[in-house]
Each structure stands twice: as C-alpha cells, then as structure tokens.
Write a protein that binds this ligand. Structure first.
Ligand SMILES: NC(=O)c1ccc[n+]([C@@H]2O[C@H](COP(=O)([O-])OP(=O)(O)OC[C@H]3O[C@@H](n4cnc5c(N)ncnc54)[C@H](O)[C@@H]3O)[C@@H](O)[C@H]2O)c1
Length: 318
C-alpha cells in the first residue's frame, strides 16, 4: 500500500514509518520540521529512510491546503496516518493559536483531501488528554469527553468530531487513536521519561510538579506502533481506540524506577501542580484488544530499561 504519514519525522511518525517500510508498504511523509524541539532530531529520524526507494519526503505545513493537494495529486495515496500535531499540554496554554492552526485546520485539510481523493482508510491521532479530569477509571472510549482542560486537549477532541463528520457525510473510514504517554528509544525530549532521565543522570534538580501522586499510563513505542499499524489495516467505519498500557504508575514510583536503573539518586524539587495537567491517565483496552488485536507487551520497568540504555548511548546528541 502507499500510505501518507503526516508528522512522519516526529517520534511516533518515524517509528510507524519504519514498521510500514519493513513490511513492504510505500510511505509518503509530510513534515514541517518545526522547532517545538530540535529539528535536528527530526532530521536524524528521517535520515534512516533516505536510501529507501519506497520512501518520499515532503517538507511543508499541513495548514497549506494547496501544498497538500499537490501531494495527493502526484502520489497515488491509498491510506493516511495523520500524526502531525502541535503536541504538549503546557505550551498549548501559552500559545493556543498555533495549536488551533495545525491541529484543527491541518486536520480538516487532510480529511477534506481524503474525501476528495477517495482514501480507503484514515488513522487520526487524538490523545488520552481528551479524558481531562474524568473521575472514572479506567478510561473507556464510550466515556463522555466534553470537558478538555487544555487547548491541546480541546483541539484533539475537535479533530475527533471532524473525523466523525467526514465519516457521516462522505463515508470516509476513520480510525481515531488515543495514545497514552508514549516513550521509548528516540522519545520526545520534552516529555517526562526523557527529562527525568536526563536530570537524574546529570545530577540536576528534578522538577516535579505536584506531590508526585499524579498517575500515568505509559505506553512503549513498539506496542503503540503495533496498534497504529493495525488501525491502518482495519477498515471499520468510524471507531475510536485507546492505545495505552492499562498499567498506571504514580510519578514518585516512576522516578524511583529511573533512579534504580541509573544507580543514581534524584534531587527532587517540588513545584506547584500545573494547570492543564490531569491527575491520572488509565486506558481501558478492551475495545482495542477486540477490534485491533492490540495487546501491549512491554511493562514500564522493562521499557524504561530499554529507553535508558538508548539514552546513555545517545545522550551526547541532545
Ligand atoms: N507522544 C505521546 O505520548 C502522544 C500521546 C498522545 C497523543 N500523541 C499524538 O501523537 C502524534 C505524534 O506525536 P509525537 O509524540 O510523535 O510528536 P512529535 O512532535 O515528535 O511529532 C509531530 C511531528 O509533526 C510535525 N508537525 C507539527 N506541525 C506540523 C505542521 N503544521 N505541518 C507539518 N508537520 C507538522 C512536527 O514537525 C513533528 O515532526 C501527535 O498527533 C500527538 O498529538 C502523542
């Protein structure tokens, strides 16, 4: 198949690309290589595919409809994996406008082109953050998600709604995936697994927002990729899937895992809890298990061992 991956230079997009190329698909990547974190990291992510004749890279923004249309006209794209986004909760409070632009307008551009070019299946990246402060755990896809607590979460919810509308009006097949805190080799340098590992390794102050009781359901990248690839393959109409690990851990225990693997003690400094941060994420995976055969294999202790081994080998690049 020929698959368009937006955000294909990013952490998740580049790992999905690798898997699809390995199994023989062709991948067309669109990415603007923005500086939300170092674009050099994104360059390295795509450099590994440069020699692959089944791989084509377009640099540009998904907010530019004509640019995207040119790609759909030129390439015979069959399926879309839409992973490009402004990601990150706290920066979305500081600058909500770029979040709206990329996440909402960019997604609408892609859905519209998917309709125009009769795309067979569209995988739309939402986020576990749409669950907000939902008191009911684990989070289930049928739970109401009408109270997002950050602009980021609100834009992700908006994309789910647009996806539904395009399914309803035009029969576009859309699989929405809601990833839960994804980590692993090459992981995003703005996220807790990377930052905490770096701070503890370098003996720097570990900024902990809140008392450490917040809980996260961390998902190892290989497990997530398996779920996404299955969502590419399965044509189901319009469905929403949690892709998590269904094993939630509090922040203090998470820090203790990193301390143990590195053999170093964290100098934790407590800061006030951040607006927009949710107290817990916890995925109910029943639906993803049933319809996508999604079964995460990597426990947090093992996943962090793999991540930290990668970090220690590559830290000079960051
Ligand atoms: N990493 C996680 O834990 C997590 C959790 C939930 C949801 N998600 C979602 O998964 C997707 C991928 O996340 P990631 O962690 O790989 O993030 P990432 O920042 O590493 O990747 C996103 C990529 O999109 C590109 N991009 C951003 N705006 C663009 C634009 N306007 N035009 C073209 N390219 C643009 C960026 O340059 C980047 O390479 C995102 O939609 C994100 O919201 C991620």
């Amino acid at each position: 198949m020929k698959i368009l991956i937006t955000g294909g230079a990013g952490f998740i997009g580049s790992n999905v690309t690798k898997k699809l190329l390995q199994r023989g698909d062709s991948v067309v990547c669109v990415d603007e290589f923005n500086d939300y974190y170092s674009p050099e990291i994104k360059q390295r992510n795509v450099a590994q595919f440069a020699e692959n004749s089944n791989y084509t890279l377009y640099r540009g923004t998904i907010t530019d409809y004509e640019f995207l249309k040119g790609i759909f006209e030129k390439e015979k794209i069959q399926r879309v994996v839409h992973a490009a986004a402004r990601a990150g909760v706290r920066p979305s409070i500081e600058n909500p406008f770029i979040y709206e632009d990329t996440n909402v307008k960019g997604t609408l551009n892609l859905l519209h082109l998917a309709k125009e070019f009769a795309i067979e299946n569209f995988v739309l990246f939402s986020s576990s953050s749409v669950y907000g402060n939902s008191p009911k755990v684990p989070f289930c896809e049928t739970d109401p998600v009408d109270n997002p607590i950050s602009p980021y979460a609100a834009t992700k919810k908006a994309t789910e709604l647009l996806g539904y509308t395009y399914h309803h009006l035009y029969g576009l097949n859309v699989n929405v995936v809601r990833p839960f805190t994804v980590y692993g080799p090459g992981g995003r340098p703005d996220m807790a697994p990377f930052l905490f590992t770096k701070w503890i390794d370098e003996g720097k102050e570990v900024k902990r927002f809140g008392d450490g009781s917040t809980r996260r359901d961390y998902t190892f990248i290989n497990d997530l990729v398996d779920g996404v690839v299955s969502a590419v393959d399965k044509i189901l109409g319009y469905e929403i899937f949690n892709l998590g690990n269904s094993d939630t851990i509090d922040l203090n225990s998470f820090i203790a895992i990193i301390e143990k693997i590195l053999g170093k003690t964290a100098c934790v400094k407590q800061h006030p809890a951040q607006p927009g941060d949710v107290p817990i994420t916890f995925a109910d995976l029943t639906k993803a298990g049933n319809l996508l055969n999604y079964k995460p294999k990597v426990k947090i202790e093992k996943g962090m061992e793999i991540f930290i081994a990668w970090y220690l080998e590559n830290k000079q690049l960051y």
